[in-house]
Write a protein that binds this ligand. Structure first.
Ligand code: NI
Length: 181
């Protein structure tokens, strides 16, 4: 358990896809991404506190003892590897082609994310709650859902204690201790 505080901040990340390609338009790819985030969190001691997956970007709130750039690198890194792997194993050559790096060599690398992900530390509970609300409203603002609970790929249901048995990604929001209001 921890408080959102200057000593134990939460990390807020926005990762945008390479060339804003809608890599996560389909549930299939969103599931791959959520599985990768779960794996990265389990392996590297990262708490996932809130998330949403949109077609061309994701927003995450996390907490870790590790430095913020390291946590971002781990999450983006594991996610990129799992996505490329999935596209290769399932013959999505067209998608892979679009994710090819700029270099013309035969060993071109694939990029899933834009180079500069947005990241900042959150020290205050008020700001933290605003970010959670902002994250959960993403599918509604984009017109994909009537209310935040309708979209499968966010932590809105978990935060409302309405989680389903098949949630794509489990958040550890109950680890947060709130100071008395
Ligand atoms: Ni957004």
């Amino acid at each position: 358990m921890f408080y959102i505080s200057r000593e134990t901040p939460a990390y807020y990340f926005t990762a945008v896809t390479h060339h804003r390609l809608p890599i996560f338009r389909k549930g299939e790819m969103k599931d791959v991404l959520c599985g990768a985030y779960q794996e990265a969190c389990n392996r590297h001691g990262i708490l996932m506190l809130a998330y949403v997956v949109m077609p061309d970007h994701t927003h995450l709130l996390t907490r870790s003892e590790q430095a913020m750039p390291d946590v971002l690198r781990l999450l983006n890194g594991v996610a990129a590897r799992r996505i490329i792997q999935y596209l290769q194993e399932n013959g999505f050559q067209n998608s892979l082609f679009k994710l090819r790096g700029e270099d013309k060599g035969r060993n071109h690398r694939h990029s899933v994310w834009q180079h500069h992900s947005d990241s900042f530390e959150i020290f205050g509970e008020e700001t933290f709650r605003q970010k959670v609300e902002y994250i959960h409203q993403n599918p509604v603002r984009a017109g994909f859902a009537e209310d935040p609970f309708e979209d499968r790929f966010s932590s809105a249901r978990l935060w409302a204690e309405r989680g389903q048995s098949d949630e794509p990604l489990i958040t550890q929001h109950r680890q947060i201790k709130w100071s008395a209001a």
